[in-house]
Design a protein around this ligand. Structure first.
Ligand code: SF4
Ligand code: SF4
Length: 385
C-alpha cells in the first residue's frame, strides 16, 4: 500500500517538550485571529490562558494566550506575544447548569462547539487524520480518565442519543461510555463524512456530531484543569512535540532538525489536506496535528495546467463528484456554476489533486470557490464549513 494512505498508528516514541529546548531567546507565539476581534492592545501584559480575541458573532471559540507575556504585534490575522513572566489567568468554573450555558462555557474556553447539537449521535474520531498524524495516541492510551471527564460533560450538555468511538482496526483503544467501531486504517476513511457513513450507514445525516479524540481530551482537560488548554501535540517526522499553541512553525522545525530549502513547501497538517504556509513565523493552532516539509522537487509540482480530460479525478473522488468540472469553473471565477456540481458535498480529501494527471491544484480551486460562495448571503451550508 502507498505509505501516504496507511493510517495505522506508528510505534510510540518519546514526546519532546519544546519549552525544554534551547530556541535562542524568548518564545514569541503567533495566534491566528482571522475574523475575530482582539481583546488586548499593543504592549498589554497578558497571562497564560487569558482570552486575547473573540468572535463578535459569538459562534467561533475564543482564542487564549498560551504563555505569559507582552503583546508585541496585532494584525488583522494574528496577535504576537513575547514570553515574559509567569502570570496565569484565574481558574474558571464549569457548573453543570443548562445545556446552552454548558456549551457556551466550552466555547469561551477555546472549544469549537458549532456542530454540537442536542440529541445528536456523538462520534469520537480516534483514527489518524492522515498518515503519521497519530500524536493523539498518547492521549488515548495515557489520559483516558480525562477523556471520560470530557465525555461526561458532553453527555450532560448535548444529551447524545448514542456515543461511538472510531478506532483504527487492530488497536484496543476504548473510552468508557463509548461503543467502539473499528475502521479500516486506510486514507480517506478517517474523514468525518466517511467515519459517519461507516458507523451510521447514512451519508450526511443531520443529527451527527464528529469530534476528534484530541478535542475530547481538550474538553476533559479544560473542565478538570479549570482553564483553556494551551498546549498541543504536533507530529514532525516520527516525533511528537508538546508545544504552546501559537509556537511558530520555524521554531518547531528548528527543534526537530528540519531546515526547509528555498523551494520546499511547509504544510500545516498532512500532505493531502493541509495548508501550505508562506511564513515560518506562522503559529500552530489547537487543531494542528502535524507539520510536513515537501522537499522540492520531490513533492508534487502543482500548476495551473489545463485539464486534459482524463477523468482520473472523477474515478477517485470518494464523494462521487466531478472535480474536473468544479475546478474548471472555479479557475475562471465562475463560482456559482460549482453549485450545480454539488461543491458543498466535497469533504476536501485531496485525492482528486493527488491523482490528477495534469497536476492541477484542484483542492485549492475548490477551497477558493467555497470561500467565495460562503461570502454570498444565500449559501448557508458552505459558510458553516
Ligand atoms: S477533494 Fe476532490 S476527491 Fe476529495 S471529495 Fe473533494 S472533489 Fe472529491
Ligand atoms: S485528473 Fe486532472 S486532468 Fe484528469 S480530468 Fe481530472 S482535472 Fe482533468
Amino acid at each position: 500500500m502507498n505509505p501516504l494512505f496507511s493510517l495505522t498508528p506508528s510505534e510510540r516514541g518519546p514526546m519532546i517538550n519544546t519549552w525544554e529546548q534551547d530556541i535562542g531567546g524568548p518564545l514569541e507565539i503567533c495566534l491566528e485571529i482571522t475574523g475575530l476581534d482582539p481583546a488586548v492592545q499593543l504592549n498589554d501584559q497578558v497571562s497564560k490562558a487569558q482570552p486575547v480575541a473573540s468572535d463578535p458573532a459569538g459562534k467561533r471559540p475564543d482564542v487564549h494566550s498560551s504563555i505569559s507575556g507582552t503583546v508585541i504585534d496585532i494584525k488583522k490575522d494574528h496577535i504576537t506575544i513575547r514570553e515574559e513572566g509567569t502570570r496565569v489567568a484565574p481558574p474558571v468554573d464549569f457548573p453543570a447548569t443548562d445545556p446552552r450555558t454548558m456549551l457556551e462555557n466550552l466555547r469561551r474556553n477555546g472549544i469549537d462547539t458549532r456542530n454540537m447539537k442536542q440529541g445528536c449521535t456523538l462520534i469520537v474520531n480516534a483514527v489518524p487524520h492522515e498518515a503519521g498524524m497519530d500524536g493523539h495516541r498518547i492521549l488515548i492510551e495515557e489520559f483516558n480518565d480525562i477523556m471520560t471527564v470530557g465525555l461526561n460533560y458532553l453527555k450532560k450538555a448535548i444529551s447524545p442519543k448514542a456515543c461511538s468511538l472510531a478506532i483504527p482496526k487492530g488497536m484496543d483503544w476504548t473510552i468508557q461510555g463509548c461503543t467502539g467501531h473499528e475502521i479500516k486504517p486506510v486514507y480517506p476513511n478517517s474523514l468525518p463524512e466517511l467515519i459517519t457513513k461507516a458507523i451510521t450507514g447514512e451519508e450526511l445525516p443531520s443529527a451527527v456530531c464528529v469530534i476528534d479524540a484530541a478535542t475530547l481530551y481538550r474538553i476533559g482537560r479544560t473542565i478538570q484543569g479549570r482553564q483553556p488548554v494551551t498546549l498541543v501535540i504536533v507530529k514532525i517526522g516520527n516525533t511528537p512535540f508538546l508545544t504552546p499553541v501559537g509556537t511558530p512553525v520555524g521554531v518547531l522545525l528548528k527543534v526537530a532538525g528540519f531546515r526547509p530549502g528555498e523551494h520546499d513547501r511547509v504544510i500545516l497538517g498532512g500532505p493531502l489536506t493541509g495548508r501550505a504556509i508562506y511564513n515560518l513565523k506562522q503559529g500552530v493552532t489547537p487543531e494542528t496535528q502535524g507539520i510536513v516539509v515537501l522537499r522540492s522537487p520531490s513533492g508534487p509540482t502543482l500548476k495551473d495546467n489545463p485539464c486534459v480530460g482524463c477523468g482520473e479525478c472523477v474515478i477517485r473522488c470518494p464523494a462521487r463528484l466531478m472535480p474536473n468540472m468544479i475546478s474548471r469553473h472555479a479557475e475562471f471565477g465562475l463560482y456559482e456554476n460549482c453549485l450545480s456540481y454539488n461543491i458543498a458535498s466535497c469533504f476536501e480529501c485531496g485525492l482528486c489533486a493527488y491523482w490528477c494527471k495534469a497536476q492541477r491544484p484542484i483542492l485549492q480551486y475548490i477551497r477558493l470557490a467555497k470561500k467565495e460562495l460562503a461570502a454570498q448571503p444565500i449559501i448557508e451550508d458552505l459558510r458553516e464549513q
